[in-house]
Structures are given as C-alpha cells and as structure tokens.
Design a protein around this ligand. Sequence first.
Ligand code: NAD
Length: 480
Amino acid sequence: MTEFFGHFVNGEEIESADGQRFETVNPYTEQPWAEVALGGKADTDKALQAARDAFDHGPWPRLGPQERQRILRRFSDLMVEHAADLARLDTLDMGKPTPQAIADVERSAWNIRFFADHQVLSTGDQYPMDSGHHAYSLYQPAGVVVAIAPWNFPLMMESWKVAPALAWGNTVVLKPSEFTPTSAVLFAKLALQAGVPAGVFNVVHGAGATGALLTSDPRIDRITFTGESSTGKAIQTAAAKNLLPVSLELGGKGANIVFDDAELENATDWAVQAIFRNAGQVCLAGSRLFLQRGIYDKFLELFKAKAEALKIGDPQAEGTEFGPLSSQTHYKKVAGYVSTVEAEGGRILTGGIGQGLFVKPTIIVDLPLTASQYRQEIFGPVVVVNPFDSEEEVVRLANDTPYGLNAMLFTENLSRAHRVAADLKAGTVWVNCFFIRDLRAPFGGIGASGIGREGGNFSREFFTEPKAVVMQINRRPSWE
Ligand code: NAD
C-alpha cells in the first residue's frame, strides 16, 4: 500500500493536524490500497475558514459570469483529459467496472460545463409596476456551501453539487464518503489547475463525525447532501440550528411498471440497467418490478436470461459489467436481505450470494408485499417482482412507499403513459427508458426521498440569494 490522499485546503494537499489517517479498501481484493487523512475539528475549521475567507474577500464571487465560465470550462476539459486517472480511483475505492467509472467522469465533466454555461445564459426577471417603479431580480452567490456526498457514484454525485455551487460564485467544502474519498482530491486539484482560486474548493475527509462538524458550523450558508434518508434527517436537524437551507437527495425504492403492451426487448434491457448497473447501488434503481399479468412469464424469461448473461468479475478487467459491492459493511447489509428471502416467503429465481463481496444479479418472486426486501431500500442488485392486473392497482402499489424519488413505466399506449406518469408519486418518471437526465429539468425526491430540487434554475434558486431591486422611474409615491 503506497498511496496517500490528504485533505485539500487553500490549494494544498495536507495531512490532518493530528496526523490521523484511515484506510480505503478495494472491495474486489478486500485489501486496503491507500491511506487517507482523517479530518478532526482542527481540519474542518481550517477548511471552513479557507472557504469563508475566499468568499468574503476573494475574487471568485466577484468575477463576471463569463470569467467563471472560462475557468470552469477549462476544469471540465482537464477532467476529460484525466478521465482514466479519476476513474481508476473510483474503481479502486468501490469496485465500479472501469467503463462505467469512465462514463461517470465524462458525465461529471459535462456537469461542470453545463452549469458554467447555464449561469452565463441565465437571465433575471424584470417586473414593470403600475406605481411608476419597476423591480428586477438579482441572483447573487449564497456563500460557503458544505457538500456531503455518498459512495455509489463518488465523483458524479460530488460534481452535481460542486458544479452549480462554483458556477454561481460560491465557495465549497466537500466531504466525500469515507468509503470513496480519493477521486475528490484529484477533482479539487484539477479545479485549482484550471484557475479556480485557492480556498474556493476544499476537501475534508472522514466519516459521519467529520460531516457533523461541517454541517453544524455557523460559518456556512448552504448544505447540499446526498445519502441515506436517516442521515438526511440528522443533517436537517443540524441545519435548523443555524437556520440554513438544505438540499437533500435521499434514498429510493423505485417502481418499474411494465404494461402488457410494452416493447419487451426494450423494457427488459432497461430493467437490467435499472437494477444491475453499478451492482444496483443506485438511488434511482428499479428495485420493485411490477409486471402486468399477460406478459409476466415471457418478461421474466427474457429478463432472467439477460441478468444471467452479465459479465461478473474484476472491475478493472476488460469486459466486466458487474463488480462487487462497495464495501464489507454494505455487502453484509445486502447479503442479509438475500439470505432471508425464503424465510420471508419469497423465492430466488436467479442470483444469490456470490464469492468475496459479490451478490449476483438477483431476481426475487412470490414475495409478500409486507416483506422487508419489498419495503426497504436494499441498495444492491436485488429486484422484487410482482404481477398486477389493472392500471389503478399498479399506481396504488407503486405509490405505497415512504419514498418518492423516481418511477419507470413501459407502455406503447400514449394516453396511459401520460396518465400514469401524472399519478405516480415520484420526482422523476421515465417512460420507456431509465436514467436519462436533462440538467435543466428538476431532479429530487418526494417524502423520504428528499427535500428540494436541483438542475438548471432549480439549482440557481438554491445556490444563490435571489434579491429584488426596486427602481423609481417616475417621481410619484407608490400610494397615489
Ligand atoms: P450515508 O447517509 O451513509 O452517507 C452519506 C454521506 O453522509 C457520507 O459522506 C457520510 O460520511 C456522511 N454522513 C454520515 N453521517 C453524517 C452526519 N451525521 N452528518 C454529516 N454527514 C454525515 O449514505 P451512503 O451509504 O453513502 O449512500 C447511500 C444512500 O444514498 C442510499 O440511501 C441512496 O439511495 C442515497 N443516494 C441518493 C441519491 C439521490 O440523488 N437521491 C443519489 C445517490 C445516493
């Protein structure tokens, strides 16, 4: 084990003040592959102060939109140039197959570029008034943003937060997940290399305790968080003490609904992507699959064959499509759900527990609707399949969950597609597809899946302080 990753504060990679470190483990080999600085109070203090000073006195919030755009576009280009290096770090940390990790880097680079351009093209509003005045809106940077990220799409989730935060002129302290800390360091170094001033983008490593130090600090202005619903509640509680706006992207238990008029090759291809990509460690996973009775057997036959054809193995080997679970801790959780399927009354059609930290692509049938596998977020390659008869029934089943992040539906019936999309309790509904996202569209969840929306103008609302300026045009008191 030779590699070391420090915090990144004020443009420098540094050890913890007390020299503490933790190990990051490659889930394929189950061996530690790098050491990482473990952030304590002195380290969070230093990073927060750097971000505060850079916001209050530095050039970044005061640059023109096109100046920031130029720098952020360079940042995006540098990420593409370093795609293999960035992807390697995510793969070593959490077992994501290399091509998927590369795709994540490309998407992350696009996120940076999109928000750089979006803030240039954005316009405010102007409100003519009857009283001889007019008002207009200004969108000014919010301040210091604390960004807390999960491990399932390390770089990509971080970029969704860092891109709009930087584009709108804020400064950032990012805490990556303790399971996937390493790509964030290179990410921040590339920002500096592109011209983002020192202190604007800082990274502190550590687990929940480090995160809590950041989110409870009065020097911050926004918290953007992605992770479990239970952690989201802790973060909202911390934010309430300082009256801070929070953006919470939380868990999910996505419904994937296939009507009997669906195009089955397309629907089964997407169903495989929806639950087995990234070994099912996707908040948007289609983990509850509802099949209309007329196509139940035919769909399962096709779906099972495609699940079994996935190439499982070393995430760094060519051709691998499906890697291990991200950590020992997470493996135990997912394997626990799989090992109790029969006790809960269900049957494993294919899959089950594999070698090392692998859980194979697993399809469960005949499970009662009260079973834990059906109701709770497993966050692994495990799908529970149920038949349904009518549109009303499936909408009721799909909405019967505390979560509301996303849903998918497959049908060739246009009216039904619109009707069901409107009736589903979900922040995003995909019709005849999955995972496609336009960065201008709202993204977020209902209920236990989160608070707030990000994307395009929704991100602008969160990462700025919208201000009204009222101008007098005619010298006439407004009460006349
Ligand atoms: P997690 O909640 O365990 O951890 C997320 C982050 O929060 C980590 O960086 C962790 O160190 C930090 N953290 C933990 N306790 C904290 C505290 N008290 N204060 C501040 N920070 C704290 O989640 P995870 O296991 O890393 O990620 C998986 C979860 O994320 C799943 O529930 C998944 O659905 C969800 N997720 C949601 C989205 C979305 O867009 N809605 C996207 C990806 C993942």
